[in-house]
Design a protein around this ligand. Sequence first.
Ligand SMILES: [Zn+2]
Length: 152
Amino acid sequence: MWNYNRDPWEAYYQAVQESKDRIQQEKDRAFQRRLTEKRRIARLPNCPKCGAKCEYGIAQCESCSQDLVWAEYLVGLPGEEGKLQQQLALDEEKYHKRREKRRAIRRRFGERAFRLQKQQLIAFAVLFALFAIFFFMLWPKLKLYLPNISFD
Ligand SMILES: [Zn+2]
């Protein structure tokens, strides 16, 4: 792979290009990381007092030092624990309903595809049977036009 008899200028230019590529790659990766982090932060819940983004599970808002209470992904002020739990239960119920709905839709589509397949199979079988019947009925007439190869 490495050729010691290479033109030193060529080797130099190639090394420069490789360095540039490497630097560009690092830049792209850093940009991607920043973007991912920005998206992650955008999804974090807001402090109920000042609206700043809060990392999950922290005891105090990093921006206004407000004490916080958590119910899974829901954040609230101390004393709102009951309300948060209620909201959490509602969310869960909604989630299960949606999942049931999606499942029902998938099931219906599956059944429809199965029915279609069955119908196609039946249609094919009927056509095949009709063809076979006609062929056997017409065989004596067709034989007239075919060379006689019977051995009897
Ligand atoms: Zn705050």
